[in-house]
Write a protein that binds this ligand. Sequence first.
Ligand SMILES: Cc1ncc(COP(=O)(O)O)c(C=O)c1O
Length: 415
Amino acid sequence: MTLEVPVLDTAQVKKQFPLIGDTIDGAPIHYLDSANSSQKPQCVIDAMSSFTEHHYAPINRSAYRLAAEATDAYEGARAKVARFVNADHPDEIVFTKNATEALNVVAQSWGRANLAAGDIVVLTHMEHHANIVPWHLLASERGIELRWIPLTEDGRLDLTDLDRLLDGAKVLSVAAMSNVLGTLNPVSDLCAAAHAHGALAIVDACQYVPHNATDVQEWGADFAAFSSHKMCGPSGIGALWGRAELLDATPPFLGGGNMISDVRLDGFTPAAVPAKFEAGTPPITEAIGFGAAVDFMESLGMDAVRAHEIELTGYAIETLTERFGDDIGIHGPRDLSVRGGVLSFAFRDLHPHDVSQVLDQHNVCIRAGHHCAKPLMRLLGVAATARASFYVYNDHDDADALADALEGASDIFGF
Ligand SMILES: Cc1ncc(COP(=O)(O)O)c(C=O)c1O
């Protein structure tokens, strides 16, 4: 029996993204910055504008029908997000502002309640600042020790010393996929290793969830963080998934309305999860958009999304290497089974910002910079990289446009 590889009809997908069909100066746009933030399909835009035009009301507070329906829609979005990552129950999804806030909830609320001077938190050299700085904040406040999993030459986690690093650790917090190297990390194994040492397993799933079928239960993780804006949804909303008993035992993050069951002159009683972590009026319309983005991604099929990215990333690496040889240095593993659609590269000795500016003249949008991963930049021995990242609306045309535009950069800088 041969297993059918699911196929993404990119031509049809492209048509669903208004901006992808736009032009600048009469020429098409090649949007290769989705690891930063993705474009939005019409169905997400429509869901948000229809909710705003015809259904908007505050949630959780008022008894009139419009408000009750808005509350149902908001909770419906939570259920969709929960289903998308296979949470055990919708209440295990806390809506946050983004993945950064989700990781701060864990470090600040769970961390403050559970970590003391001398406790050990294990991170990796490939983490985004969102999974470093909250722990630095806690380290300076509490005196916790940070340990770092090193990397191999080809940009994978070097797990040779994992047992020693985890010895006595209380937390392992790791990216499921690197936003710089594209590396897909062995999350289930890492969670199992953390638990074997009695440590909590936290997953920064920000780059993983938009591109892969995600099952937080299969991972065996304790917390996971991700953002809507990288998976075709709006900015302003993200999610923290946590195991129910852990969320129950974690103190609130922000105080205010909506997160209480009682307030007295001498104190307060927090609401049950997830309201306990959603102080104030939440991003209601954005939650509706997040839910619509989940519907959209499910309509594509996450296996098809992943298969498309493997094919396109392989094509892009092959094309760039064939055309530029040693003049292009692509970071991260070459084995496509352990890398996602992120290509960070050095081109000749051009500064990544110059590369990005010249590519922009060809309507090729890439990111240049440290990608909020300064410790990794130091390890790579660079201040910045150019980064092209692929998503469901990209195809060979975009990879070819990237290569052609790099040729243009060579001409401009006289190579
Ligand atoms: C791996 C990783 N973690 C965390 C974040 C932070 O995401 P956000 O800015 O949506 O909070 C990003 C954003 O690029 C990321 O790539």
